[in-house]
Write a protein that binds this ligand. Sequence first.
Ligand code: PEP
Length: 253
Amino acid sequence: MRKKIVAGNWKMNLTLAQGEQLINDILQAGLKLAEGQEVVVATPFPYLTKAKSLLKNYPGFFVAAQNCASEKSGAYTGEVSAEMLQSVGVDYVIIGHSERREYFQESNAVLAKKVDQALAAGIKPIFCCGEPLAIRQAETQNAFVAKQLEESLFHLTVEQLKNVVIAYEPIWAIGTGLTASAAQAQDMHAFIRSQIANKFGREAALHLTILYGGSAKPGNAAELFANPDVDGGLIGGASLVASDFAAIIQHLG
Ligand code: PEP
């Protein structure tokens, strides 16, 4: 009914040759993707065209950027626009990763503009949300994530939302080795889906793909993906090891 996705976020890792090798190794793992399943590889900007050319003949395999500009074009030295990404065949773009929010001060308002740019260019945003540890400890994570969704996505139309993927990434679980339990992931994913249903309607919520991210690995992916509201994962560290990434993809079922 809705797409299941495993997306690998390489972050600022690998040379071009290492990235090429990684993609070739993933392709050689002999993965059989079922109907409605997708694999997305989010590479650094300079490798996107190469990644696209390696993956273009493999149905179900797509390329993502890790960021895009909040403006359409112009005098923004160092920025890369959504339109530029579209022009080199990029399919998805990660928007609002917690590292960008924290290290580059990306606010919910700026992220709303990036989502708009991506959608206008025909690129699907993978919109990241998730709470820091202090918020989880205070048990106010639902209100925190609800605000992120409201301020960056609630201005969209139902039609636009169809091209958005949400990734729930509790910050305390990213790159830390700590993983949300299957129950914590399911609770938050169900909450996100309910928020989307309230705003955009039940049908839109049912069709929304919601990924889990935060130290997902071959050993915990099956349990995480078995939850009814978890539609796959956004994978950091484990996406840099072909055998681990392939094993995680196989847990999509
Ligand atoms: C991420 O960066 O999106 C992520 C989930 O990282 P890791 O899997 O390494 O925790």
